[in-house]
Design a protein around this ligand. Sequence first.
Ligand SMILES: Cc1cc2nc3c(=O)[nH]c(=O)nc-3n(C[C@H](O)[C@H](O)[C@H](O)COP(=O)(O)OP(=O)(O)OC[C@H]3O[C@@H](n4cnc5c(N)ncnc54)[C@H](O)[C@@H]3O)c2cc1C
Length: 480
Amino acid sequence: MKKIVVIGAGMSGLAAAALCIRRGHRVVLVEQNWMVGGCTATYWRKGHRFESGATTLVGLGKNRPVGWLLEQLNLPPLQATRLHLPMQVHGLSGTPTLTRFENLEDWIQEAERVFGPKGQRKFWTRCFKLSQFVWNNALELHHFPPQSLSDVLQAIPLFSMERVQHLPYAFQTVEQWMEKCGLGNHAVFRKFIDEQLMISAQNTANDVNLLFGSTALCYTNEPNHYLEGGMQQLSDVLKNWIEKNGGEIILRQPIQKLEIASKSISVIGKNRTWEADHVISSIPLNNLVDLIPSEISESWKKKIQPLDQLSGAFTMGIAYQPHRDWECIHHQIHLDSPMPQTGAHSIFLSTHPATDPRSDLENIRVGAVSMHVLQPHKKHIHSKEEIENEVFHRLEEADLIKRENVVYFHSSTPGGWEAWTMRKNGMVGGYPQLKNVLPWQMPGCKLHGNRLLGAGDSFYPGQGIPGVILSAKAAVETLD
Ligand SMILES: Cc1cc2nc3c(=O)[nH]c(=O)nc-3n(C[C@H](O)[C@H](O)[C@H](O)COP(=O)(O)OP(=O)(O)OC[C@H]3O[C@@H](n4cnc5c(N)ncnc54)[C@H](O)[C@@H]3O)c2cc1C
């Protein structure tokens, strides 16, 4: 039995802590906030239940990361509703509202209706096949991204003809695949693809590789679920499991420093210190380096640089009276000109099924709006009001929410997001996909042998909830 301290109780920290306990280790999970969940937390304000960040959920099925985690912990299925329509996209210049159907054939027909028949079937059939390949193999790769020759050697028994055949797609960009499908000059389609990639891969078609880009683009072709009560359900299920099985969760305790010795690590918090055999840090890598400045080598500094390109998040919570029924709870609105101050080219709105009320008031729905703030370290948001007004204007234009029906709203800049999660520059998402950063050049989980391990969205190329669960799995398996 090892003594393990996990830093941060977002989705990756909760998953890492639970998996360590499952393996018989003693675990303390330390979180700076007053509640667990990080980017997946759900909170009450003024009688309404809002999401902090994540609203869409995939990966709940069998042999998918969330389903796998629940199975490992012998937990029953979550209270979840499968969405029959995963997403709608509005505002694509001169084209009608587009529906991202889960069924591939329905989706191809919809893409052909909106973008024209040329190249769509070829483009999406390949993307779907690749995304299925990634999903079907993700749980089997134990040392990814590989950090040493031994990681590669350990992966060799996993190599099959099919897997080797798919490797080249990691070195081709989505843009190159668009060109091969005759879609290179289709400006509206290109804008659609870029904005879909921005919300799932944190970058655009010219940089995102086809293997991961396909997974990002086809997440709507996986079963999408809504969790009753919001994303907090999953965090709470994990929190309760950890506490019931002997783990300790300490809230309101920001970790300020790590001192690494040959056989242990001192984890120094605001007013407490823990001695650990191993530490799993689930905070972003660019936050972690501030806790261990003398341990950071030149090669690690290079790996950290891409995180400077990440966008921050501007979010809004809106309580409103619906003026019509919606067929779908997730909406992306593409903009003909960038949002003032944030530079975002699209905004994302999520709400909830009417069957799961999230307000103390009758007939009131709760919506979450999010958008990227490009280059947040260079930007100062001087007027939240200007952005809020523009958001309401766009929501009215898409016939989603009428401003006169809004009973309460609040908004948060990257600074507010940083205060909530401590993520530097209020950073959204994880390690960006970049064509000149190859898999073995990405940060893997070993930061100091296996004494200090990293998990979370800056340690794993796949992002979002399934990606960070896989990152936790990779870190915990490195302890074995
Ligand atoms: C606006 C937004 C929308 C998103 N939408 C989706 C979506 O729809 N679907 C999806 O799958 N993903 C979505 N994502 C991405 C997903 O939410 C994140 O990638 C994922 O939840 C990150 O989990 P994590 O555990 O790596 O990090 P975090 O959630 O950031 O967790 C880290 C935890 O560490 C704590 N912490 C930080 N520093 C310290 C410290 N020094 N000491 C102690 N504790 C510390 C933080 O408070 C936090 O709780 C979204 C992200 C954002 C920002």
